[in-house]
Design a protein. Structure first.
Ligand code: GAF
Length: 395
């Protein structure tokens, strides 16, 4: 995560004054449990040590100014609450300002998270900006941490057109160093699961293929899943949550549904099982089993849920063909972006490089990889200089 001093510098250069409050929010990797957060499933994300850092000060009443080289075109975007700005990320800030009911702020944003690579930069941006806006105003009422996640999720849907689930915002707030979150998206509760794999590396690999979720099939998949659920209910009667049913029940009942519905439901049912198995295997640290679950998740996302691309398939195949790389899968929404792999540390200089070189030769795409560890959730630094976790600060 970039230091607060970088945000102070950006603030001074942009506005000429001194910021009063700061907020930092991390990106995430989702270890397993993809495309089931909007279906009420369990997912297993962890916060990264990279993220978005925001410096803010009160501004002219009724006017928000925001600067970010990475998220916005260079320069300062400026808007008033009664004028919806046209550019996507400015619209995002506008939607967040409406959610917090705060207008009148100057904001500088710096980040070490790549944008639109599947690392959840938009949720980190939203959580950091919202936390900074709230910290600016000594108000009698603050949202609860879970409500802050929902505010950010709503703003993302309204401003960016992505009908996302709650996973990314949730882990940006509740992340804990050394742990993944076993997040039950139906009950909106989590347990921390220690990530203690000393001989293994969790790799985040940028496929070099661009993606933008709003323009991808992400929202289509959500619609296809709701349709599949309606068809399933017509077959077997009403149910509160798909996850009240046993996976075998879902698979049996889905047999006679149209092909798209059958495939989408098969992914959801089997992915949920893989999350449970993955959590169990984390306790044993069995790299081979963990890797198999990751690769099975990729196959299901590719073949049943249809959110992969030939490039992501090629990347995962190339990686898993190497000894010491136990499994790989696309990560996040898919349609390009990044893959996640589990590897023995000793392959990082040899087999990993060879696999990536062969992928680049095949696709012409340059990759970038990082070994990642679980970090903490969002932080806020108040006017008196004290810093605390956002989830502990909010009521
Ligand atoms: C994106 C969404 F924002 C998440 O809510 C989740 O659905 C993910 O894709 C897929 O698991 O990151």
């Amino acid at each position: 995560m970039l230091e607060i001093s970088a945000a102070v510098e950006s603030f001074r250069q942009t506005y000429g004054g001194e910021p009063l409050v700061f907020a930092q929010a991390p990106g995430r990797v989702n270890l397993i449990g993809e495309h089931i957060d909007y279906a009420g499933g369990w997912v297993l994300p962890m916060a990264l040590k990279r993220g978005v850092t925001v410096a803010a000060a009160p501004g002219e009443p009724g006017r928000i100014r925001v600067h970010s080289d990475r998220f916005l075109d260079a320069g300062v975007a400026e808007f008033k609450p009664d004028q919806q700005p046209p550019a996507a990320f400015t619209r995002f800030v506008y939607a967040l300002a409406l959610e917090t009911k705060i207008s009148g702020a100057d904001i500088a944003v710096v980040s070490d998270l790549p944008v639109e690579r599947g690392w959840s930069s938009s949720a980190a941006f939203a959580v950091a900006v919202t936390s900074a806006l709230l910290a600016l105003n000594a108000r009698a009422y603050y949202p609860q941490p879970l409500e802050l996640c929902r505010m950010c999720q709503r703003a993302e849907t309204h401003a960016l057109g992505v009908e996302c689930g709650l996973m990314d915002q949730y882990v940006a707030v509740y992340g804990q160093a050394g742990h993944a979150l076993w997040f039950d998206t139906r009950l909106e509760k989590h347990e921390y699961v220690p990530i203690d794999l000393p001989d293994l590396a969790i790799l985040l690999i940028d496929s070099g293929q661009d993606r933008a979720l709003a323009e991808s099939g992400y929202n289509d998949r959500r619609r296809e899943l709701s349709q599949a659920l309606e068809q399933l209910e017509r077959r077997i009667g009403k149910f509160d949550s798909l996850f009240d049913l046993k996976p075998e029940q879902i698979l049996n009942a889905a047999q006679d549904l149209p092909q798209i519905s059958r495939l989408r439901l098969r992914h959801i049912a089997t992915e949920q099982q893989r999350v449970e198995r993955f959590v169990r295997q984390l306790k044993t640290g069995d790299a081979i089993q963990l890797g198999r679950l990751l690769s099975a998740s990729h196959n299901s996302l590719s073949e049943d849920y249809d959110v992969s691309t030939p490039e992501l398939d090629a990347l995962c195949d190339t990686l898993t063909a190497r000894p010491g790389i136990f499994g790989a899968r696309l990560m996040g929404g898919g349609f390009g972006g990044s893959a996640l792999a589990l590897a023995n540390r000793h392959v990082l200089d040899g087999d990993l490089q060879a696999a990536l070189a062969s992928y680049t030769a095949e696709t012409g795409l340059a990759t970038e990889w990082h070994a990642v560890r679980p970090g903490d959730g969002a932080l806020v630094t108040h006017q008196d200089g004290t810093t605390e976790l956002v989830r502990e600060w909010l009521p």
